[in-house]
Design a binder for this molecule. Structure first.
Ligand SMILES: Nc1ncnc2c1ncn2[C@@H]1O[C@H](COP(=O)(O)OP(=O)(O)OP(=O)(O)O)[C@@H](O)[C@H]1O
Ligand SMILES: [Mg+2]
Length: 362
């Protein structure tokens, strides 16, 4: 059920690279600038159709080349599903799933539930609602089959509503009121899916993961739907304000999933190392839940794991990773720095070395 074959062409500094990762833990070692993050980025690109480090697709394409390509084979029971994605300088994306071309990135994302943790992730995650909402929706997307189409429809309505609020054509308020019935219907469905998911997520987190570190014991999760009370009434009451601003201020697109310790937002009370550990716990709990509720093995990409972590935090992360059945790709500069993670691990560990964009077997 894992990604058991990966190949890259003209991706960042990697001209051509092919390897067969373990379905358990893969450690990718290499000097600064060797291509470790690029390798993780390519796996993320294969599962999400975009990079986790840039919106500028051109940067993924190797200098002086016209397109980057990533292929993989996903093992599902006895079935091997070939998947592939490429992006050219014009931004054109080509997808292939099982020999068929596809236009839907969501199909790839369905096949490969993938999360990423980089040394900067915790700042983004605890710094604002956008990343937390993305995190929440990734979980809902994988376990609630109808969520994606509802979410897509809602975003179409939101776009229409915002366009009307911005351009204010004749009788735009009347038009908005017509859209609002659909807006409310879809918003309530999204809210219902999210709430149901969070209650399962919380239970899962505190049963399985919450025991690993005392930091997690005092953790409290709060969900904010993006509005309070009757949404139809609220949209009506806000219409004047929204027209002035040119966008919709209430609705599921403003939802948040917040974390508190002793009544304070974790970002204001926990240390950087503690925040990092908390983020690992949340992401691992999410992957575990996706795996428990679907047949899929998920992927967790961890870039530069040892950076800024003390030995005891590394040990807690090792315990978290031992609880995790995801296929792991972890990068580090050298094997010594990762020893505290690898040693207590009871799972199969494969080591790979990257040098100047090439995989070297040592
Ligand atoms: N589009 C591109 N074409 C060619 N080379 C690129 C491109 N984008 C980035 N690079 C180069 O690729 C190399 C690998 O970068 P990468 O970020 O993967 O390194 P890394 O192994 O993660 O290093 P670090 O340990 O410093 O994080 C760097 O030298 C970078 O300058
Ligand atoms: Mg890197």
């Amino acid at each position: 059920m894992s990604l058991n074959q990966i190949s890259l062409n003209n991706f960042r500094n990697i001209e051509a690279l092919s390897f067969s990762p373990s379905d358990q833990i893969n450690i990718i070692l290499g000097e600064n600038g060797s291509g470790k993050t690029s390798l993780l980025e390519a796996i993320y690109f294969l599962s999400n159709g975009r990079s986790f480090r840039t919106n500028k697709h051109k940067l993924m394409i190797r200098h002086e080349q016209t397109k980057c390509v990533v292929h993989g084979k996903k093992q599902l029971h006895s079935l091997s599903i070939p998947i592939g994605i490429s992006k050219d300088l014009q931004g054109e994306t080509q997808l292939r799933i099982q020999g068929q071309s596809s236009r839907k990135i969501a199909e790839l994302a369905q096949i490969l539930p993938t999360q990423v943790i980089t040394p900067e992730s915790y700042e983004l995650f605890f710094g604002g609602p956008k990343e937390r909402r993305k995190f929440l929706d990734l979980g809902v997307f994988h376990v609630e089959h109808q969520f994606y189409s509802v979410w897509k429809d809602f975003n179409k309505v939101l776009k229409q509503r915002n366009a009307l609020l911005k351009s204010k054509p004749v009788q735009y308020q009347l038009q908005i009121r017509t859209w609002d019935r659909e807006f409310v219907r879809l918003a309530e469905q999204i809210n219902m899916f999210r709430k149901a998911y969070i209650s399962r997520f919380e239970r899962h987190f505190f049963d399985k993961i919450g025991v690993i570190s005392p930091i997690f014991k005092g953790l409290e999760m709060r969900y904010d739907a993006g509005w309070k009370g009757d949404l139809a009434e609220l949209l009506n009451a806000q219409l004047e304000r929204d027209s002035k601003l040119g966008y919709t201020t209430k609705g599921p697109h403003k939802a948040d999933f917040n974390f508190y310790a002793n009544g304070h937002g974790v970002e204001n009370i926990l240390s950087r190392g503690q925040l990092k550990l908390t983020l690992y716990a949340l992401k691992i709990a999410q992957n575990n839940l996706i795996e428990a509720e679907t047949e899929k093995q998920s992927i967790l990409l961890i870039d530069d794991l040892p950076s800024e972590l003390s030995q005891d935090t590394m040990l807690s992360i090792a315990h978290l990773l031992a609880e995790c059945q995801s296929q792991l790709f972890i990068t580090a500069i050298n094997s010594e720095s990762i020893q505290a993670i690898v040693e207590p691990m009871k799972r199969n560990v494969e080591m790979f070395h990257v040098e100047h964009g090439r995989l070297i077997t040592k």
